[in-house]
Design a protein. Structure first.
Length: 442
């Protein structure tokens, strides 16, 4: 689920490079729009991965996607999920798609969740769930009814303990209308937690032209990615899986240290650069990192995060050094506006845990608070904000002074908003990054 650039540069790439790749194929479903499925279908599922480094580009045709489908085709999705030969469902649906409330649980009052629950409870085949979670629940219900056996759901979104998050969201939706289905999911579906890592910017027309010039064929849907790739997984695969370890995937018993390293050091730095960098007039990660003010903010945040990262083989200094090299890759145009989307959700995983840990250790948490302050300033200057709480953010930004800040913080974490010291700390950092005009999210 989620036929985006990252899925195609990551899970599909790993499946192509598995030792038993010939035994596996991926049916990939789009999210919001059918366009990607239509383009890929016209190319028999084939596309090019462009590995882009400062030394140049390399090109590889990927053939692991054997069917590209419009996500609105719920009938085909249900048919495939309920098929006995289907073994794995991967999710790259973005953090916001899990519809988590501020308590970390499924927000059963979200309008689209309410609508999907009504559709699922109705049970009519002609009524189609609109959210990825609703479609997955319907597919799992069909698998139960077909007695097709267990399978695994592999969450590849940037959420802490993402397998448990996916389980809670799916079981929570099922429980709201069918306790028996929820019990079957609990017993028969394995939710695998992962840490995923490969910088994959949005494809441009120039990228399409570059593939044509270098390869001699026209690919309307190439993917550009950095050479680096990493996948750490923890969980069971009761129906089998490709040999992803042949492509470098790592299977561990405890995922949390690896998740936190990725979420805090890479994703946290990305969010900080996205907000601070755009406030200072930058458009890409490489541009923002070259700004001393942004670079210092990232290094300070990394110091705080590293103080709370514990686990064998994490090699934090080497990881930080590699991130600086990856971020500085000027040939990867990773746009800050793309990273900045859904900030109210992302900050809960990227800034809040570090801030909490620092405060619990008796330290200020200033660097983590600075990320939240940058987001706060960004929301006030951005036009066309893309966030699941966009309307609430707009309402908060109409309020005066520190009341405004408290309202914004409550959308990220109500406990932070209720702590006067934290509100004062974030407020004191509000002018850290100078605003250069209005920030466009386009």
């Amino acid at each position: 689920m989620g036929l985006g650039a990252f899925h195609r540069s990551h899970q599909a790439w790993y499946t192509q490079h598995a030792g038993d790749a010939a035994e596996w194929g991926i049916a990939s479903f789009t999210g919001r729009r059918p366009d990607a499925a239509a383009v890929l279908s016209d190319q028999d599922g084939l596309y090019t991965v462009v590995e882009r480094s400062d030394e140049g580009d390399s090109f590889e045709i990927i053939g692991s996607i054997v069917e590209a489908v419009d996500g609105a085709d719920v009938e085909r999705f249900v048919e495939l999920v309920s098929a006995p030969l289907t073994s794995v469902v991967t999710l790259t649906i973005t953090e916001a798609a899990y519809r988590l409330g501020v308590d970390g649980k499924l927000d059963t009052e979200a309008p689209d969740v309410v609508a999907d629950l009504a559709v699922l409870a109705d049970g009519s085949a002609s009524s189609k769930p609109s959210t990825p979670l609703g479609r997955l629940v319907r597919g799992l219900a069909a698998r139960r009814d077909a007695d097709a056996g267990p399978l695994s759901v592999v969450c590849c979104d940037n959420l802490s303990n993402n397998g448990t998050v996916a389980r809670n969201a799916v079981v929570g939706m099922a429980l709201a209308f069918d306790a028996g289905l929820a019990a079957w999911i609990d017993a028969s579906v394995s939710f695998v937690s992962t840490s995923v890592d490969r910088i994959t910017p949005r494809t441009t027309d120039a990228d399409i032209d570059a593939v044509a010039a270098a390869c001699g064929y026209r690919d309307e849907s190439p993917v550009v990615a950095e050479p680096f790739h990493n996948w750490v997984l923890s969980g069971d695969f009761p129906a089998g899986r490709p040999r992803w370890e042949d492509a470098g995937a790592v299977f561990v018993d405890e995922i949390e240290p690896y998740e936190n390293r990725k979420l805090w050091l890479l994703n946290g730095a990305h969010s900080l650069l996205a907000y601070a960098g755009q406030l200072r007039g930058h458009k890409t990660v490489a541009e923002a990192l070259a700004d001393d003010s942004c670079r210092r903010a990232v290094e300070d945040f990394w110091d705080e995060a590293a103080a709370n990262l514990h686990g064998d083989d994490l090699r934090i200094p080497e990881y930080r050094a590699a991130l600086l090299e990856r971020f500085a890759n000027s040939r990867i145009a990773h746009h800050l506006a793309q990273i900045a989307m859904d900030g109210s959700t992302k900050l809960r995983m990227r800034a809040v845990p570090v801030l909490r840990a620092e405060r619990a250790a008796g330290r200020s948490g200033e660097a983590a608070a600075r990320m939240i302050a940058a987001w706060s300033a960004y929301t006030a200057s951005a036009t066309g904000l893309q966030d699941p709480r966009a309307a609430d953010i707009a309402a908060a930004n109409l309020l005066p002074g520190r009341v405004r800040l408290g309202a914004l913080l409550s959308l990220v974490d109500p406990e932070l908003a209720a702590d006067a010291e934290i509100v004062a700390l974030v407020d004191s950092l509000a002018d850290t990054f100078a605003v250069v005009g209005k920030v466009s999210t386009k």
